[in-house]
Each structure stands twice: as structure tokens, then as C-alpha cells.
Design a protein around this ligand. Structure first.
Ligand SMILES: [Zn+2]
Length: 705
């Protein structure tokens, strides 16, 4: 695939087991064209019937089948790629490679757990074996050789985090100039407060090892098939922080001079709720932001275990639609099992792919032209895990970067987020520690939303006067606050509040384990919502707003978002609160916010050449009857608005007219919006259409709910 392919690119990930090769190949050759598949990524030795690290004899025999698959696909105009199911290994599941590969060194976890299958990346026996194995695969000259997300140092069941094997420990000992035991190293890495220097040292060592491993794999492939591109499956940058990943160097090493393909995770291996798609869109945007420009992106749509019991056809479609709405070049589809079951037994997934191709292609073509995604900017700090302060008793997983819940808090309420430049940003938890003073100073000149712990870090760093706070206490459960908190009163009229508008403080849900930071405001800061006690007395500030001497605007919510954002956090009043706050932080109108007479919108705005694409998914089973996009708009003229219909054509629709509001425009939709299909609008620059002559807004910009 090249980046300018005109249609929604479908890459099917499919296993053809050697013991049922003829039947599954015939099924593939018959159905792939009917499903409008563009590329087949053959998965090798997959899942249930995986041999662990397959023997070279097995691979050599299977290679003849791969040559045949490639040839038969070429006759149909379908591209052939490869996806060995493992690199180091995902999970033991009872497998034992220690006998098959004498001398193999396997991963050892931070807690001393050991695997018998997942190889340490430093193991010479593993390196010798995988080199020979991948040479056999590369001889089939696939378009892409996909590297699985087991090229990481976590989730190697039963090892959660590692490697802390003797070889790794020896290497670490050389770096610090003395021998060290695993327990001592892990204790140092997880020690509370200021990060122990060994944490940086170990993560930097791990980073070097992974870059070198990626280079070794790419060079192995390229020595045999120079034109094959490498593809990288990953697990989300916030998680990769805890292994110290350097994305730029890893990507360069893996590309090794060819185009690099990226497969960001969409999660949702099974369908629990459509709200799972909040993760998916975030993963696409964040993974893209850490990879070099020009990386070709094919998201990972996956269904485990591959029937409608785990995921509906509709959800599968929405996942693909999210991919193209958020600008991906293609999708990889892992929709059929790896146990030899013909695809025809779950043919409804394939019928959907064919039926929706025109629509998805139109979505791809609309979103593709150059331009940024608008929204509240979320911050990612590559060194977040290296500098994070842990609390006493912290677990290894607590090293991961904070920030996911800030995204949820905004997106669940129809406020678009982005990792690109924006005049308003949001920062939560310990991630603030990973930003330099200059980066923080720059953020404080625009609009900035902080949660309690992020505000606490800014005060420690000397920015109290810029955020309008005297002090912020460490987060505690409300049972440990010096006052009784029953609810948040959202009362400030300038932010859409009014007296006795209450939001529950039992967060994130009935368990009530959310943590609160006690805030003390500086003179000049406004208390825009307050904690109230059972007698509705205001006992402490819940949210503050402050305009600093640089003209920057800062809002602080006293909650620790990491522990607070859940069902109870989301509320129509919360939507009003956050919409009001983000508008003020943006100095007028948010980059994009969406309001409706229902819940759980997922809205986006993309500049696409001269046009603007706006869209919204309804991630709720209830239909909406109306909605409104409100967005900052610099042009003095109003755009024309087209709507994408279900067959992929753009229609001019009566009843959708933009109107001016202070600092922007609003587009009111009066039509049924269901979860079946996103509502997508194209805003075309006007041909001389002028704003109403007074220049004043022609409608009051108030929330719908
Ligand atoms: Zn090791």
C-alpha cells in the first residue's frame, strides 16, 4: 500500500494451518475478493496451535505453502505480507522451549517469575534461531514483515515486567560499576518520592537493547529481501514509557532505510461497550504523534475469539470507521479464527466489509488531505516513567504514564482532544514532571486545564503564581480530608453554573475510591465550583480559574483524575462545566466541542486542505434527536456544509446551517443521530458568503441539555 491509495485499505490477517492448508486457502481465495480485501497478512504458527519458537524444519516446510499463497494472491491482485505470531514470545501457556532450544535464556520478571518460552532479547540462542527462522520467512519476499508487540519488556506471561535475568543484571552491574541483585534493583526502581538514579539507568539500558534488537531484526530481513518493509505493532505510548522506549530511534532502526508501517492497538478485543472506542481513537493519535512523519498506519481491528459472541459486526464496523475518521491509512483485520475454521462460517463480517467500503473510502479521502486534528492538546512526556514520583508500596505497573483519564474526562463530554498544537492544553497526574520548565512556561501562556496532582507539581516547580494557587495538598481519599465532602456545587454563572447545581462526589463510581487534593486559592483566582457538605455548605474549592500576568488562563480541578474519572464523573452538568471551562481557557470558543440531547459523543475536527471535516460518533444505544458542534472559527465568512451519507456521497442538506457565536461558529443538527453511523460534515470555504451584517451572533450559544 502506498499512502495515496484512493480506497479504504483492508489487510486481512489470516492463518492457514498446515494441516488444513488446501481448504483454508481455497476459502481465502474465494472470499477475499468478495470481502474486497486488498492485502492478506499471513499469520504464521498462531495462537492455539503455535509451537512456541517453531523449528527451522517446520518453517522450511511451511515456506513452500507461503510461496503458493503469494502466487495465488497475486493472481487476484491481492498483496502478500507476513506476520510471524511471535518475536520473543507473547505467553507461555504451558509451552516449554528450553528443551527445543538448548541454552535458550528466557525472561525473568521483576518479581522473579520466569518463563519457559518468552526469550530474553539478549539470549544468543534466541538470536541465532530467530535469524535463521526469519531468513526463511524473508525468502518469500513479503511486502511487509510485521513485528508483533511482543517486542517489548512487559506482558510476557507469566512475566509481567522484565527482563531481570542474570545476563540483564550483569549488563546493568557493568553500567553502575558493581554487581547488583534483582531485588535490590527493583526496590530502588520502585522507591517512593524522587526517582532513584538506577531507574533512569535501567530504562536507558533497556531502551538501547530494544533499539539494537529492532535493528538486528530489520537487518536480518533486509539481508534477504531488501524491498520488504517492517511493520511495528505497539501497545500504546503511555505503557511503553515504563520500558523507556525511544520511539524515534526504534522506528529508524526498524525501518532500516525502507518505509515503516505502524499498527496502533485499538484494544476492544471483545466488545463490552461502544465507549471502548475512546481508547481506540486516543491510541491512534498518540501513537502517530511519537512516530516519524511519513509512517504508514494500519490500525489493529481484532476480535477474540472471532465470533459475534465476542464482538458484533456493527462494533467491528465502528472500529474501522474510527480508524479512517482519525486519519489512518488502512486497517488490519483479525476477524477470523486461527484454528482452521473457514471464513464462511462468520461471513457476515466480510459482507459488512464489502458493503461499507464505499462509505469508508469516502471518509478516508475526506480526512486524508494535510492539516491538523483540532482539540484540547494532551501532553505526552517520553521520560514520564523515568522521573515519576511513586508512592510507598507502588507496583511496577505504576511506572506507566498518567493522562488517559484526562482524555476520557474531555472526550466523554464531547470535547475533542489532540496531540498537535493547540491554544488550550490539559495535563494530569505525574506527567507534568516529565516536562521541562520551558515547556511548562509555554503552556502557561495559553489555556491550561490541570488536575490536582498536576497542579501540585507545578507549585513545587515554582509556578504557583502562574496557576493562581497558594498550595495543593497531596491527593487523599475523601475520608482523609479535613472536611466532609458530599457533592460538587457547580455554581459560577460565567461557566454555565448556577446555585444548587450538584454533582456527586462519590467517584469514580459507588466504590468511592477517588482521591481529592485540598486546594488553597491565591487572591484573584475564582472558585468556579465548590465541595459542599451534607448541609450544602461550601467547604472547599473544587475547581478554580485564574488569569495570570502573561495572559494565560488556568483551570484546576481538585480531583486526581487517575482515580476519579468513571461513570459517576460523567454527567450533563459536568459537560456544561467542562464546556464552559474549555471555552474560557481557549479565550472564547473551544477548538471543538459537541453537545447533544444524549450521552457519550466522540467528536473530531480535522483540517483537510482547505476544508474542515467535523464528525461525531454516538457511543450510546440511545438515539439523539439533535446536536450542536461549536468551534473556534477565524474566517469572517461562513462555510458551506455537506453531509456524508451512508453510501459515501456528500449531500447538501437543508436544515444544517452554521451560525456565528462569540469567537466561533455553531452548527446545529436537527436529525436523528444513531450509533449505526458517524455523522460527518464537510465545511467548505465560502464563495463570498458573508456573516450577518451586524457581525453579532445570531443565536445564543447555550448548551442543549
Ligand atoms: Zn534478560
Amino acid at each position: 500500500m502506498n499512502k495515496n491509495h484512493p480506497n479504504a485499505w483492508y489487510s486481512l490477517r489470516r492463518t492457514l494451518p498446515p494441516w488444513k492448508f488446501r481448504e483454508t486457502l481455497a476459502d481465502l481465495l474465494e472470499l477475499a475478493p468478495r470481502f474486497q480485501i486488498d492485502e492478506v497478512i499471513v499469520k504464521i504458527d498462531t495462537e492455539e496451535f503455535s509451537h512456541g519458537h517453531p523449528s527451522l524444519e517446520w518453517a522450511k516446510q511451511y515456506q513452500t505453502m507461503l510461496f503458493e499463497v503469494k502466487e495465488r494472491l497475486a493472481e487476484l491482485g491481492i498483496v502478500y505480507s507476513l506476520n510471524p505470531w511471535i518475536t520473543a514470545g507473547h505467553a507461555d501457556r504451558g509451552r516449554n522451549d528450553l528443551e527445543r532450544l538448548p541454552g535458550l535464556e528466557c525472561m525473568v520478571g521483576h518479581d522473579g517469575s520466569e518463563t519457559k518460552h518468552c526469550a530474553c532479547f539478549l539470549s544468543p540462542v534466541w538470536r541465532k534461531h530467530i535469524k535463521a527462522l526469519w531468513e526463511i520467512y524473508a525468502e518469500t519476499r513479503p511486502h511487509i514483515m510485521w513485528v508483533e508487540d511482543d517486542i517489548r519488556t512487559f506482558n510476557h506471561e507469566p512475566v509481567a515486567f522484565g527482563c531481570f535475568c542474570p545476563r540483564h543484571l550483569r549488563m546493568f552491574g557493568e553500567r553502575i560499576g558493581r554487581p547488583v541483585e534483582r531485588g535490590e534493583l527493583v526496590r530502588a526502581m520502585l522507591s517512593p518520592g524522587d526517582a532513584h538514579p538506577w531507574r533512569r539507568e535501567y530504562l536507558e539500558m533497556q531502551r538501547e537493547i530494544m533499539v539494537e534488537t529492532a535493528s538486528f531484526l530489520a537487518k536480518t530481513v533486509h539481508a534477504v529481501s531488501p524491498e520488504t518493509c517492517l511493520g511495528l505493532m505497539s501497545s500504546g505510548p503511555r505503557l511503553h514509557c515504563l520500558e523507556g522506549r525511544d520511539w524515534t530511534r526504534l522506528a529508524e532502526a526498524l525501518a532500516d532505510g525502507t518505509a515503516l508501517y505502524s499498527r496502533p492497538p485499538m484494544a476492544n478485543y471483545a466488545e463490552d461497550s461502544m465507549r471502548g472506542l475512546y481508547y481506540s481513537q486516543d491510541s491512534i493519535k498518540l501513537t502517530r504523534s511519537v512516530l516519524p512523519a511519513g509512517t504508514i498506519e494500519q490500525t489493529e481491528c481484532e476480535n477474540v475469539p472471532f465470533t459475534r459472541f465476542s464482538k458484533s459486526v456493527k462494533f467491528t464496523f465502528l472500529e474501522i470507521a474510527v480508524s479512517f475518521a482519525y486519519g489512518s491509512d488502512g486497517v488490519t483485520l483479525n476477524l477470523f479464527d486461527h484454528m482452521g475454521t473457514p471464513m464462511r462460517t462468520e461471513e457476515h463480517f466480510g459482507r459488512m466489509l464489502a458493503e461499507k467500503k464505499a462509505y469508508l473510502s469516502a471518509l478516508l479521502r475526506a480526512t486524508r488531505p494535510a492539516g491538523k486534528f483540532y482539540g484540547v492538546r494532551l501532553l505526552h512526556a517520553p521520560e514520564a516513567s523515568i522521573v515519576k514520583h511513586l508512592e510507598p508500596g507502588a507496583d511496577y505497573k505504576d511506572l506507566a504514564e498518567d493522562g488517559y483519564e484526562m482524555m476520557l474526562a474531555l472526550e466523554c463530554h464531547g470535547i475533542a482532544t489532540t496531540f498537535e498544537e493547540s491554544n488550550v492544553a490539559a495535563l494530569a497526574g505525574e506527567t507534568a514532571r516529565g516536562l521541562s520548565d520551558d515547556e511548562l512556561r509555554q503552556l502557561l501562556k495559553g489555556g491550561l486545564l490541570l488536575d490536582g496532582p498536576a497542579a501540585k507539581i507545578l507549585i513545587e516547580r515554582g509556578f504557583g503564581n502562574e496557576i493562581g494557587l497558594e498550595w495543593v495538598a497531596a491527593p487523599v481519599n475523601r475520608r482523609d480530608l479535613p472536611y466532609l465532602v458530599s457533592a460538587e456545587e457547580f455554581h459560577h454563572p460565567d461557566f454555565g453554573g448556577s446555585p444548587r447545581k450538584y454533582l456527586t462526589a462519590t467517584l469514580p463510581f459507588l466504590d468511592g475510591e477517588a482521591r481529592f487534593c485540598d486546594l488553597r486559592l491565591q487572591p484573584g483566582a475564582e472558585e468556579i465550583s465548590s465541595w459542599v457538605d451534607p448541609d450544602t455548605r461550601r467547604v472547599a474549592p473544587a475547581m478554580s480559574f485564574f488569569e495570570n500576568r502573561e495572559g494565560g488562563r488556568v483551570a484546576v480541578h481538585a480531583l486526581e483524575f487517575r482515580t476519579s474519572v468513571g461513570y459517576s464523573f460523567c454527567h450533563p452538568f459536568r459537560r456544561e462545566e467542562l464546556h464552559g471551562v474549555i471555552d474560557r481557557l481557549a479565550g472564547g470558543t473551544a477548538p471543538l466541542r459537541f453537545d447533544c440531547d444524549g450521552a457519550y459523543a466522540l467528536a473530531w475536527r480535522k483540517q483537510a486542505g482547505a476544508d474542515t471535516i467535523l464528525g461525531v460518533f454516538n457511543l450510546n444505544l440511545d438515539d439523539w434527536t439533535r446536536g450542536v458542534f461549536t468551534l473556534a472559527w477565524e474566517s469572517a465568512t461562513l462555510p458551506e456544509v455537506l453531509l456524508l451519507n451512508g453510501t459515501g456521497e456528500w449531500e447538501k442538506l437543508e436544515g444544517i446551517q452554521p451560525e456565528t457565536v462569540p469567537g466561533g461558529i455553531a452548527i446545529r443538527i436537527f436529525r436523528r443521530i444513531t450509533s449505526d453511523l458517524p455523522l460527518v460534515l464537510k465545511l467548505i470555504p465560502p464563495n463570498g458568503k458573508q456573516q450577518n451584517s451586524s457581525g453579532k451572533p445570531n443565536a445564543e450559544n447555550r448548551p442543549l441539555s
